[in-house]
Design a protein around this ligand. Structure first.
Ligand code: PEP
Length: 263
């Protein structure tokens, strides 16, 4: 059974102080008996702070039901790679996840399908669960290349992974990230409905069955439920709306209400 995931990508926001305060507030909210989200209940929550804020977040969240992870990593375990962070360093801080191939890293920092594959392999070797982002740009969508792009990104990164490898995929149409323009639920749904059978054919039916497929792109408290109603959407990767405790928790609450059959 796939445990839905609501994950907040803070990007280059929140230094250690603000990140610690956020982690404390979310933990308080999760453990408050009046909220709908309870530890070990739907959905799993995770946050992705900047590297310098990770130790503060780890101080608060290590050993709790709220997971955290890095926004990027290098593929080597150590060495002369100034400015980079090894997956093992993230694991040492108690990270469960690492983002790989976020569109901002692809477009602004030269991330390629090839480096994504190396990072996925290195993350797995370090005991992390990679959260691989994929998605098409607006010109690609308008040229009917959405499925071609997704297939290329997935094929070059995932085919041939060990069958036990545990990873999550986030479908994030680039035109919906940070733009306020969310994919409609059917638009998100059709890509998710493409990815799961693709995983089945190209990795295995077991991998397809257990792998969580998140949607990301301007997810907000008032649109998360309609997105989750799509059969293959197992959660959300959230940027802007994850920066405020109130909106992050409101998204988690809405997701929980839906997933537990309350709405
Ligand atoms: C993201 O950065 O992964 C993202 C989905 O951002 P936003 O929710 O702000 O569109």
């Amino acid at each position: 059974m796939r445990i839905p995931l609501v994950a907040g990508n803070w990007k280059m926001n929140k230094g250690p102080g603000a990140a610690r305060a956020f982690a404390q507030d979310v933990l308080r909210w999760v453990t408050d008996s009046s909220t709908k989200v309870k530890a070990k209940e739907y959905p799993e929550l995770a946050v992705f702070p900047s590297f310098t804020a990770l130790p503060a977040v780890a101080d608060v969240l290590r050993g709790t039901a709220i997971a955290y992870g890095g926004q990027n990593c290098h593929w080597e375990p150590s060495g002369a790679f100034t400015g980079e962070t090894a997956p093992g360093f993230l694991a040492e801080l108690g990270c469960r996840y690492v983002l790989v191939g976020h569109s901002e890293r692809r477009t602004l920092f030269g991330e390629t399908d090839e480096t994504c594959r190396k990072k996925v392999l290195a993350a797995l070797a370090a005991g992390l669960e990679p959260l691989l982002c994929c998605g098409e740009t607006l010109p690609e969508r308008e040229s009917n290349l959405t499925f071609t792009v997704i297939e290329r990104q997935l094929r070059s990164t995932l085919v041939g992974l060990p069958s036990a490898a545990s990873f999550t995929i986030a479908y994030e149409p680039v035109w919906a990230i940070g733009t306020g323009r969310t994919a409609t639920p059917p638009q998100a749904g059709e890509v998710h409905a493409f990815i799961r059978p693709w995983l089945s054919r190209n990795l295995s039916p077991e991998v397809a069955e257990r792998t969580r497929l998140l949607y990301g792109g301007s997810v907000k408290p008032d649109n998360v439920v309609e997105l989750l109603r799509q059969p293959d959407v197992d959660g959300a990767l959230i940027g802007g709306a994850s920066l405020e405790v109130a909106s992050f928790c409101a998204i988690a609450n809405a997701a929980t209400s839906y997933l537990t059959g309350l709405i």
